[in-house]
Design a protein around this ligand. Sequence first.
Ligand code: BTN
Length: 255
Amino acid sequence: MRTPAASAPAVRWRPEKAGEVNSTNDLLLERARRGEAEGLAVWATSQRAGRGRMGRTWLSPPGCGLYFSALLRPPVPPEQKPLMSILAGAAIAEALAEIGGLPVGLKWPNDLRLDRNKVGGILCEYEPKGGPVAAVVVGVGINLRTPPGGYPEEIRGRAVSMEEAGCRIAGEEEMIEALLSRLGSWYRDFLTSGFEPLRRRWEELCDGIGRRVTLSLAGGRATGTVAGIDAAGHLLLEEASGSVRSIDAGEIAEP
Ligand code: BTN
C-alpha cells in the first residue's frame, strides 16, 4: 500500500502595506537577498517603476490597481521554475473569480482575463536569477478601476478593469487576504501532491484551449492550436502537421 505524502506546512503570510514604491517585486527581491523568510507579502498604493513580463512597464498609478508581491522559498530544482508561474496563475485566477463574482480565464503563461480581456498579470522573479531557486517573488498586478484610456498603447482595447467588467471589488485588505490564501493553498498542495492536479486545474481555467494562435518566440514565430500545458509547465501547441510542440518561452498573440 502507498503511504500518502506528508502534508507540507502552510505558509505563514505576513502582509505589509507600503505607500509608493519603485516596484514591490524589487522590494521583495532585496528582502530575499537579505535572508527574509518565506511568507512576506507587500502591497503598495502605487509604483514608480512597476515591471511587467518581457521587459514591459506596468503602469501603477494610485487608485487604479492592486499591486503586490509575495515571497516564497520553494524547495524545487531550477527546471521547475515555470511551475511556480503556472501555480500563481491558477491560484490568483481562482481567488479573483471568487471575489469578483465572474469567471477569470488564463492565457499562458499567466495572464488573468475577463471575457478574454486582460484584467491582470503576474511576474515571477527569482533570487538568484540563475541556478538553484533560493526564492521566488510572485508579483501580481490587477486592474481594479483603471479607466479605458489608462493602459499602455500595445494593450489598449484588449485590457479591462474589474470595475468596467462589472465585478465586485472588495477592500484591498480583503482582496490581498483572499489572494494569499489561495496562493498558499495551491503552493502547499503542489509541495505535497506534485504538479499534476495543478496542471489539470490550469487547463480548466485556460480560456484559449482549442484556439488557433500565433506565438512570438525568441527565434521567430509559431502558429498552431493551443492543446494545453505539459508536466514542465510549457505550452503545448499542435501544429498544422499534427505534431505537438512544447514551448518553454514566448508570447501568444491573438490571431
Ligand atoms: C504582466 O506583464 O502581465 C505582469 C505584470 C506584473 C505587475 C506586478 S504589479 C506588482 C509587481 N511589481 C512589479 O513591478 N510588477 C508586479
